[in-house]
Design a protein around this ligand. Structure first.
Ligand SMILES: Cc1ncc(C[n+]2csc(CCOP(=O)(O)OP(=O)(O)O)c2C)c(N)n1
Length: 632
């Protein structure tokens, strides 16, 4: 069970800083080390929040890999990277581990900038085999013999990228080792045919083990035991075809090793030592338990996948649940309401049913909810197919993961002007997950696509109206909203449709206008309130639409104010502010001073959402600062 850091002796861990330290340890010491690493991970995540269950499940696997392979010369490439906490602890970052995901602290994901042991930057699923293939090809060109190891979960194995890379790797015959860390879970239980296949291998393995045990038992029954064994052997022959472990991978050109029990260090080490000497592509299938060693996480791996700070003793969340529902919750609830009225509505998730708030929809309409696995590209084109057949698909997805389906949005949805709704969650600054997960590009990458309507609500009430508008408009729509709780807005009983391309003036003013969109509208309003107390009159406009923008209203504002601030939670390049500038340039409006607030041309690192909004000057304080500067 969990012990608190102060009281833990960490008898072995205190001797370990780098992998060379663990290579000197006995199996018994390694087992103790596993426990101590788990304690450290649990205590740290309990206070910092983070990805718990996946990291707990990969502790022995991590130790075995670093024990057997000559890291950092040999390269371990983690897929997603949310399981890499043990790796971080034993690769020189034990002391900094308490700064996990803090501003200026270590990242929750492998980062090459952070450590020589982090071979490749990750955060999105399914990249490890492709990257490993690239490494393997490079080693071949350079005549180097270092080992390349990709560690990929069974969930991430369902990504299109993983299939593409397996296809290449199996054919290229380059030396590389793919470790499939199979815990039967993605974030939720894994889905799809490959998952069933892996499951059959495991079941087959269990059957083989069971048969051996039963045979041993029967043989010991005096007199009749031998006869029964002989008879059962005939049955056994037919059972052999039940499963050929790894047959699929063998067919693809891999040497299959497994399934291996993933929490037995002696066993893992022995097998990896054998695998190290194999040539060509090898797939090692390791069976682990998500959340291993922490009762609550083992019981509820989904809840403990990514988790906010909690009490390690009780497993209970530390922060009281917000009084306001989150945007995600309101989206899910509203979708159920709308789907009750409209049979055509169907929902699609790429392995993020809970994260995107679709659980209620799943309960209410199990036949109309499709979890396609970690397959964003497929999700989008699948939606396009449904739309052609007259359905109204809602693809509920995080902004950062939609990036993967860019061509599908253009080629399969927008080119055919199909009514697919992209309900884009976690848009804007997401916080502690850092650069790989910020949703800061969607206005820019979507704004250039014809036929697509782009909207963003100022609060959860407007989200409801926008969802209804999206469902009613018959076009492809991007509806983006931020991570976290809503603004506490009162929800209108009746959900209405909004006029496409029309913004609203929220506050009249005379000195300067702030045009805000999405999550920046309330801070703009608050800033205007504060300025009023300093006798500065600020007009605040809620743009609502990034495409089509409300040209008439913005033009009017430009002509009457001459000083405008535009605020958005998106990169400045190609974002909402760019759209306004383009429109004004088209209309030859030049005598207006415009300041754009948003994210500059850089990747945004991990920190809390508040810290980041502050850093980039898109919170109330930043907007006040900009107003004052402009009026100087
Ligand atoms: C492209 C992409 N889509 C979705 C996600 C969100 N996500 C993070 S981890 C995860 C599940 C990964 O499952 P698996 O690879 O089996 O790892 P496990 O957590 O079981 O160790 C998902 C869907 C992501 N990181 N990248």
């Amino acid at each position: 069970m969990v012990k608190h850091q102060e009281t833990v002796a960490y008898s072995v861990l205190k001797k370990v800083s780098f992998p060379e330290d663990i290579r000197k340890l006995s199996i018994a010491e390694l087992n103790t080390l596993s426990q101590e690493i788990r304690d450290l991970i649990i205590d740290t995540v309990a206070s910092r929040g983070g990805h718990l269950a996946s990291s707990l499940g990969a502790v022995e696997l991590t130790l075995a890999l670093h024990f057997v392979f000559n890291t950092p010369q040999d390269k371990i490439i983690w897929d997603v990277g949310h399981q890499s906490y043990a790796h971080k602890i034993i690769t020189g970052r034990k002391e900094q581990f308490s700064s996990l995901r803090k501003q200026g602290g270590i990242s929750g994901f492998p980062r090459r900038e952070e450590s020589i042991y982090d071979a490749f930057n990750v955060g999105h699923s399914g990249t490890s085999i492709s990257a490993a293939a690239g490494f393997a090809q490079a080693k071949c060109l350079k005549g180097e013999k270092d080992k390349i190891i990709a560690v990929i979960g069974d969930g991430s194995m369902t990504t299109g990228m993983a299939f593409e890379a397996l296809n290449w790797a199996g054919d290229s015959k380059k030396d590389m080792i793919i470790v499939c860390n199979d815990n039967e879970m993605s974030i939720s239980p894994n889905v799809g045919a490959l998952s069933s296949y892996l499951n059959r291998i495991m079941t087959g393995h269990r059957v083989t083990k069971l048969k051996a045990d039963v045979k041993g038992f029967l043989k010991n029954i005096p007199g009749i035991g031998e006869h029964i064994v002989k008879f059962s052997q005939q049955i056994e022959e037919s059972l052999k075809t039940f499963v050929v472990p790894g047959g699929l991978f063998e067919e693809l050109g891999f040497t299959y090793v497994g399934p291996l029990e993933g929490h037995r260090l002696d066993y893992l080490i022995k097998n990896f030592e054998n695998v190290r000497d194999l040539e060509g592509p090898v797939l090692v299938h390791v069976i682990t338990k998500k959340g291993k060693g922490y009762k609550f996480a083992e019981e509820k791996p989904l809840s403990y996948h990514g988790i906010a700070p909690f009490d390690a003793e009780t497993g209970q969340a530390l922060a009281a649940a917000s009084v306001f529902p989150s945007y995600t919750e309101i989206f899910g609830k509203t979708l159920v309401e709308l789907a009750q009225e409209d049979q055509r509505l169907v929902a699609i998730t790429a392995a993020m049913c809970e994260g995107t708030g679709l659980e209620q929809f799943q309960k209410a309409f199990p036949q109309r909810l499709y979890d396609v696995g970690i397959a964003e590209q497929h999700a989008v084109t699948f939606a396009a197919g449904l739309a052609v057949e007259g359905f109204l698909p809602v693809v509920a997805i995080y902004s950062t993961f939609l990036q993967r389906a860019y061509d599908q949005i253009i080629h399969d949805v927008c080119l055919q002007n199909l009514p697919v709704i992209f309900a884009i969650d976690r848009a804007g600054i997401v916080g502690e997950d850092g650069a790989t997960h910020q949703g800061l590009f969607d206005y820019s990458y979507l704004r250039s696509i014809p036929n697509l309507i782009i909207m963003a609500p100022k609060d959860e009430n407007e989200l409801r109206h926008m969802l209804k508008t999206a469902v009613s408009c018959g076009s492809p729509v991007s509806l983006r909203y931020p991570r976290g709780k809503g603004m506490g807005a009162k929800l209108d009983k009746k959900i209405k449709t909004l006029k496409i391309g029309k913004g609203e003036v929220l506050r009249k003013g005379s000195d300067l206008a702030v045009i805000a969109v999405g999550a920046t509208v309330y801070p703009a309003l608050a800033a205007a309130e504060k300025m009023a107390s300093e006798k500065v009159s600020v007009e605040v406009i809620n743009a609502r639409f990034v495409k089509p923008i409300d040209s008439a209203m913005i033009l009017n504002t430009a002509l009457s104010f001459k000083k405008i601030i535009i605020v958005e939670e998106n990169v400045l390049q190609g974002g909402f502010g760019s759209a306004v500038l383009e429109m004004l340039a088209e209309k030859s409006v030049s005598n207006v001073k415009i300041k754009r607030l948003g994210i500059p041309d850089e990747f945004v690192e991990h920190a809390t959402q508040e810290q980041l909004r502050h850093k980039y000057g898109i919170d109330e304080e930043g907007i006040i600062r900009a107003i004052k500067q402009m009026l100087k």
